[in-house]
Write a protein of this length. Structure first.
Length: 195
């Protein structure tokens, strides 16, 4: 189940890294003014931080499956909003802002979920090693985000590069939803065995 979790974790991390690295340039491309585009970068970081508080409270109340589902859905809906904000021939800045906030929120959920997952599933005995291994997912996510963004932008070209990037990000976050379904089923089986 650990590796299923790590595969899931890579997907929203990849989406988050793309929006963090691309927020200002993409915001300008979608039609936001320079001041608003710069402000958006800070607000994405704020939603990232806010997610850590919110998801901790939600985890305490509803458990691991719910927070993983919320993070997955926020990433997917956010990525779709980002893609639709760049539909060829149209630019929808409000969708871009909403999408950036949702993806930033999802990205901020990951450290809290990783801590809760590793401690809850494997106990305190080897918690530092398990958490370090779970957090190592940032490395493949960083590589994947660079490859995804560069490849999609090249395919989309100068006019539709941003659209192509966020369509691919939508696919990556869809993979997160599918992996979440597998993860949730494994988690239910494990909980049933323990009862």
């Amino acid at each position: 189940m650990f590796w299923i979790y790590v595969i899931w974790e890579i997907c929203p991390l990849c989406a988050g890294l793309i929006i963090i690295g691309d927020a200002k340039q993409a915001a300008l491309a979608v039609g936001l003014e320079v001041g608003l585009a710069t402000l958006l970068v800070g607000l994405v970081s704020t939603t990232n931080g806010l997610a850590r508080i919110v998801i901790g409270v939600v985890y305490d109340r509803f458990g691991l499956s719910v927070v993983v589902a919320l993070s997955s859905l926020a990433a997917f809906v956010g990525a779709l909003a980002l893609a639709f904000s760049f539909v060829p021939g149209m630019r929808m800045p409000i969708l871009f802002v909403i999408g950036a906030f949702l993806v930033g929120f999802s990205y901020g959920c990951i450290p809290v979920i990783s801590s809760a997952f590793t401690l809850g599933q494997y106990g305190p005995g080897r918690y530092p090693e398990n958490l370090a291994l779970a957090n190592f997912a940032m490395t493949p996510a960083a590589i994947l985000s660079s490859l995804v963004a560069a490849s999609a932008r090249e395919v989309g070209g100068a006019v539709n590069g941003d659209f192509a990037v966020y369509v691919v990000v939508s696919v990556v976050t869809l993979v997160a939803l599918v992996v979440f379904a597998v993860f949730a089923r494994q988690l239910r089986r494990k909980e049933a065995k323990e009862q």
